[in-house]
Every structure is written in structure tokens, then in C-alpha cells.
Design a protein around this ligand. Structure first.
Ligand code: ASP
Length: 313
């Protein structure tokens, strides 16, 4: 069975805070990304190419906190993180603290395929992007007024915020829920892959890196177990080694994908105040999308006719 799942971030996403127009725009954005990824699988493409295709669409959509429309850091700039992993041979590529790169997931894939390394940061990663001819954009490309306003309300404090949780910015976040993006897929050959791309958390400290690009924390894929992409409060996700935790529960405790994800999201992370969720597939094409927050932008499509996008719990 071929399957792709995507997410566009998790947090306090409530129907009563959403306008019908915005809800429609989010669902349409998710569906377009899902279709792009699924088309790759349907044509016999690899899981890696499918997750990349879906995430590029989400990065280009200003509604989501990745690529264009990324959140602002404490210093008022955008620093993006991304990772990709291939379950067949555990090859992985990741970048963090990058600027100006139109599609961070493509740079992560470039690191995986065309460097001897797994993880590049900051200027080194940006220099590598230039050397590899990865598409760059000026600062204006990434700018969005709603995230700028969101940052302005936080910048004089030490608070930082999950993109769509209104702990500290109840008013501002009304009608403005957006998020980190990710995809996992199982292709016709039974190979799986995962990728995640994010602007991180609003008002994050200069140099702060969350779970998304950390292999094993926000992103992980192994044909023996699962492919996982996480979204939520990055610090607890790193401490829980969340994505790899699911893989371990499957590998060593022989849990199913669903049970393992439930254990990690609703027991382990919940006990650590780790708000958020994750999407996962295994090499049979089974999938699960779980979150302990009010909502998670998500979608799934497979060769058994499942084709859904959803937002709320
Ligand atoms: N996990 C991301 C981070 O901590 C944020 C998110 O998923 O919304 O950087």
C-alpha cells in the first residue's frame, strides 16, 4: 500500500477561533500538498521524493510556519530548520539556523545526498546552499504581516511561543493559526521516509534550535519500524527523543505503530508538558496521526482510498 501523511503544525487550534475563509485556505493548502506528494508515489516515485514534494508546497504557502511565512526570532529575523531521512539505509540530512533558502527541505536533502555529513548549521549550511545552487530569496519573500505582529507582541519579553498556541498572546493569535510542516510516506517498494521543516518558535533566542531538524527527536525513518515527523514544543520533544522513541517501542517492544505513537504522545510527552503531535507510517503503509493538543493541521492519502484533511481534535 502506498501512503502519505502530512502535517502543518499542532497547538491550540480551535474551531471557534477560526474564520470560515481561513479554515478553507488551510484545508486547501493541505490538500494541495497531499496531492503533490501522493502524485509522486502514484507514478512509482520514492518515498523521499514524495515527502519532499509535499513539504515544498507547504513551505511555499505563507500560512504555514516554514519557508515563506516563517516566524521571527528574538532578533526579528527568520531562521529555519529542516531534516529529511530515508528509512531504507538510514541516510539523513539536516540543516538549522539557515536564512534566505526558499525551500529548506531541499537543502536538507542536498546534505543527505551530496555531502559527507548529516547536519549543517548557520553560515556553513548557507554557504553549502550557495555552492549547490539551491534557490535563495530576499528577506521580503519570507515576511508576513501576521507573524511580524505576533513577534512584536512578544519581543520585549523572554516568552517564546509555539506558533499556534495562545499562551501569551490570546488576542493576537485569534484567526492566525499556522505551523511547522512535515511529511511521511511509504512507497510502492515498501521504503519509507520522513521530513520536517520549520521556522521554529516565535521570539526564540538567536541560535535556538528545536526538535524538527534533530534526527531522532523531530524526524526519523527506518524501514524496520516507522517514519515519523513531529510538531509541537521542541524542547520536550528533544528531551523525549520523540520520533526515535516510537521506533524503539516498535523495534524492542514489538508495539504496533499506533500503540507506540500513542505511548510517546499521550503518555511520555504529556507527562513532560510536551504539547504537540506527530504523523507516522510503517513499511506496510499503515499510518497514524496523533496529538495531545487541541488540534493539528494534517492530511493522509493512500491507495486504499483514504483521502482526508483535518484540523481539529
Ligand atoms: N517543533 C517546532 C520547534 O520547536 C515548532 C513547531 O512544531 O511548531 O521548533
Amino acid at each position: 500500500m502506498i501512503t502519505i501523511c502530512i502535517h502543518g503544525g499542532a497547538g491550540t487550534i480551535l474551531k471557534e477561533d477560526m474564520t470560515p475563509e481561513l479554515e478553507k485556505a488551510y484545508l486547501a493548502g493541505l490538500q494541495t500538498a497531499l496531492n503533490a506528494g501522493y502524485a509522486v508515489l502514484e507514478e512509482g516515485g520514492t518515498a523521499v521524493n514524495a515527502v519532499k514534494a509535499a513539504v515544498v508546497v507547504l513551505e511555499d504557502n505563507i500560512l504555514f510556519n516554514a519557508g515563506r511565512g516563517s516566524v521571527f526570532t528574538k532578533k526579528g529575523v527568520q531562521e529555519m530548520d529542516a531534516a529529511i531521512m530515508r528509512g531504507e539505509d538510514l541516510e539523513a540530512g539536516a540543516v538549522c539556523g539557515i536564512r534566505s533558502v526558499r525551500n529548506p527541505v531541499e537543502l536538507a536533502a542536498e546534505v543527505m545526498v551530496n555531502s559527507n555529513h548529516v547536519f549543517l548549521s548557520g553560515k556553513g549550511a548557507n554557504d553549502f546552499a550557495i555552492k549547490q545552487g539551491i534557490k535563495l530569496e530576499p528577506d521580503e519573500y519570507f515576511f508576513s504581516q501576521f507573524r511580524y505582529d505576533q513577534w512584536k507582541s512578544l519581543r520585549d519579553s523572554d516568552n517564546y511561543s509555539l506558533d499556534h498556541t495562545h499562551h501569551h498572546l490570546e488576542e493576537l493569535m485569534k484567526d492566525k493559526k499556522f505551523g511547522t510542516v512535515g511529511a511521511v510516506a511509504c512507497d510502492a517498494n515498501g521504503n519509507i521516509a520522513a521530513c520536517t521543516s520549520t521556522g521554529g518558535m516565535t521570539n526564540k533566542k538567536y541560535g535556538r534550535v528545536g526538535d524538527s531538524p534533530v534526527i531522532g527527536a523531530g524526524t526519523y525513518a527506518n524501514n524496520k519500524t516507522c517514519a515519523i515527523s513531529c510538531t509541537g514544543h521542541g524542547e520536550p520533544f528533544i528531551k523525549a527523543v520523540a520520533a526515535y522513541d516510537v521506533s524503539c517501542l516498535m523495534e524492542y517492544k514489538e508495539m504496533s505503530l499506533k500503540d507506540a505513537m500513542n505511548q510517546t504522545v499521550n503518555v511520555k510527552l504529556k507527562n513532560m508538558d510536551g504539547e504537540g503531535g506527530m504523523i507516522g507510517v510503517d513499511a506496510q503503509g499503515n499510518f497514524s496521526m496523533l496529538f495531545n493538543s487541541a488540534g493539528m493541521y494534517r492530511g493522509v492519502k493512500n491507495s486504499e482510498g483514504v483521502d482526508e484533511v483535518a484540523i481539529y481534535g
